[in-house]
Design a protein around this ligand. Structure first.
Ligand SMILES: *Cc1c(COP(=O)(O)O)cnc(C)c1O
Length: 241
């Protein structure tokens, strides 16, 4: 259970950890944003971090996103980031609520999100999820598919706005291998930008590895347990429930 006081203290620690990692990498103090991953924790936990200045929250499961967005509809500027696996029969709900989707990994999902994004809302920010670890069970497109998917996403403007890339590395990897996976995502972003794109987001790094990810150029870290505490065992990050 997330204790409101504990989680705002933990939020401060995480913010400090990000600042330290940025300074150690010689990067600007505002070069990496914090996404608070609130999956499995109640709307009340989000409300108390909102009171502590946090605005961006990440959810993995569509129904949880729908329920919490309804409960927290009174909070201005709260930004919802959908970061979980997305099935095509759930895209409509996500397109109506989310400000960002980090887990676009195939054309069909991208096309549906673009078609279903309500026209009165701002463009939906999206990242392409790339499977940098090569694990067969992971979601994400293969690195070799990223360029074609990015080109397709750019054609889905203005309803979608392609911002960059996201990865969930193999959690069992040793630090050296982990760092290589983050570096691979950064290189892929550099390649896309050299091909003429203007992408500004590398969504990588979680509670256990955010400093490594920041050293490799992360511009957004997605942090859950280091803020809210341990989750009840459910499913591994990035896997379908
Ligand atoms: C759960 C989850 C996170 C947060 O993981 P922690 O280890 O709790 O920080 C980040 N990204 C994705 C995609 C997740 O599913």
């Amino acid at each position: 259970m997330a204790d409101p006081d504990k989680s705002s203290i933990a939020l401060d620690h995480v913010r400090q950890g990000i600042a330290t990692a940025l300074a150690q990498s010689g990067r600007a103090s505002d070069a990496c944003d914090l996404l608070a991953v609130s999956k499995t924790f109640p709307a009340t936990a989000i409300r108390s971090l909102y009171a502590h200045g946090q605005r961006a929250f990440g959810e993995n499961y569509v129904q949880e996103l729908v329920d919490k967005a309804a409960e927290l509809a009174d909070l201005p500027d709260l930004a919802w980031h959908f970061i979980g696996p997305l099935q095509s029969n759930k895209t409509r709900q996500v397109a109506a609520i989310a400000d960002w989707v980090h887990s676009v990994d195939r054309a069909k999902i991208a096309e549906r999100l673009a078609e279903q994004r309500p026209s009165e809302l701002a463009p939906l920010n999206v990242c392409i999820q790339v499977n940098v670890s090569g694990e067969a069970s992971k979601s994400g497109c293969a690195p070799t598919e990223a360029l074609a998917l990015a080109q397709l996403l750019l054609q889905l403007a203005p309803r979608l706005r392609l911002r960059g890339l996201m990865c969930i590395p193999d959690p069992a990897a040793a630090p050296v291998a982990l760092r290589a996976q983050f570096a691979a995502l950064r290189q892929l972003l550099d390649d896309l930008n050299r091909a003429g794109m203007v992408l500004d987001t590398l969504s990588m790094g979680m509670s256990a590895d955010l400093a490594l990810a920041i050293a490799e150029g992360a511009t957004m870290v997605r942090v859950g347990s280091a803020i809210f505490g341990a989750r009840k065992p459910t499913v591994a990050p990035g896997e379908a429930p």
